[in-house]
Design a binder for this molecule. Sequence first.
Ligand code: HEC
Length: 155
Amino acid sequence: MERKRGLVPAGSALGMEMVVSLGRWIGSGAGVLFLSLLVVAGCTQGSGQLPLPPDAQLLEDPSFRRNIQPILAEYCVKCHNNADDHGELVLETYDSIMRSPRKVPVVVPGSPEKSLLVEVIAHESITKMPFHGEKLTPNRIANIETWVRLGARDD
Ligand code: HEC
């Protein structure tokens, strides 16, 4: 009984002390962790927007394969392909664009203003593309225009 009486008060006092200090330790640790999470979140937000897909960014010198072909593949090829060549125009490959059998060239290297491809996507001609679809974003239009202006290279 003496042993038990001796242990219980000692044990409970130690227990309380431990709980309090553990609580303080967790409190400060969690506080620091919470603050650093806030800082990390703040930094992420402060560093600007999330990266855009490459073809959605405004590019100085777009590459046909990396930047232009993906735009055509996404927005044009479902109609302008070998099986279903609307306006006798296949926009699948570089060669199919440059060697279109149409009388009017689709792309005049160096001259976006003479290129039907640029006119239709900029909605500058009667025919507007994508056909009955939403106009491409300004950056995508600008990238295609820049690619034509810089010589419409097969790069
Ligand atoms: C939903 C089907 C569809 C989609 C998507 C589409 N086109 Fe067309 N396109 C057509 C049809 C149909 C014609 C023929 C329309 C006409 O002559 O009025 C045409 C004609 C054209 C012409 C020839 C215009 C002329 O005056 O002769 C060009 C250039 C063209 N499309 C480019 C594009 C480009 C670039 C895209 C993607 C940004 C695109 N098209 C997306 C259906 C489509």
